[in-house]
Write a protein that binds this ligand. Sequence first.
Ligand SMILES: [Fe+2]
Length: 337
Amino acid sequence: MTRRHLSAIAPSCSIAHRSSPKLIAQARVQHAKTLYVVGGMYGNPQALDAIEDMLQEERGDVDVLFNGDFNFFNANLEDLDLINRRIMRFYSATAGNIEISISSEERGSEGCGCDYPSYVSRDVVARSDLIVKKLGEVAGNLDADVLSWLRALSPFANYCIGGARVAILHGDPHSLSGWSLAVENLETSSEAFRRRHGCESHPTTTLRGSNQHCDAHDWMQAADADMFACTHTCLPFAQRVYEGPESFKAIFNNGSAGMANFSGQPYGLLTRISESLDIPKGSIYGCKQGEARVDCLPVQFHHKEFVEWFLKTWPSGSPAHTSYFTRELRFPHLLMT
Ligand SMILES: [Fe+2]
């Protein structure tokens, strides 16, 4: 999500958001030949169309898992109903904080549930709460079957793909809305990058061995995972966690499937994991992980149509316009290198 260098009070993590690597390890393991992990579509219907076009281009069977926050900007009943029904009917899903917030009894009135860290501006947090409040009011008019489906979504999922065990999360392994796997919080982030986010004094997540509270390798071992596929923090990255010269685990955060991610690049991103070791068309970056291949793929949604659609619900002066319209027109500062 959009961030500024101001202090804020981060809301506490609610019980509905809590998880643990042990719980993840105990969850049922599903099998797939190829899996699209679609995090943070944010209610963008053009992104859903683009993902369905991508499926047509694939040769073998592809499963699709929306790992949360597939709602956000779709704060009108027609789009809210349509997107959730399409996902409910044709694909798999796990919960993001948005789905939990809008399907609860309070329906968004308790905030967006993003659990923003302290370096995110109060203004950004307040606007996010207003967006989810409006979305929650609309969600109150959804049919009972859609609301029940949203409420029943699991916070995580396990897959086995080409022999690799993949834990699909929304935030981090301890909280659906956790920020430990945000690019700016990984120990390999540059100091300049962290300064830009105003989080240079925020604790980092170490990759291996030096911090028992924030150690990605330990979490992956406890979760019995070769890989974490996550989202929530809205900036993409991929990171190897080395176990030895030839052996590593991997973290892939897809940023957002429904918003721009890189400076000057008007597309969303998803994580593709496959038992086929061929590099897929369009791969932006990727690696072999055990006997599977994992890649970041662009979601080339129709940007002009998306902007027109966005403005119908979120005109100038609205909270979503103030927080996100600049991102859609000028794109985030994250550079592709
Ligand atoms: Fe989220």
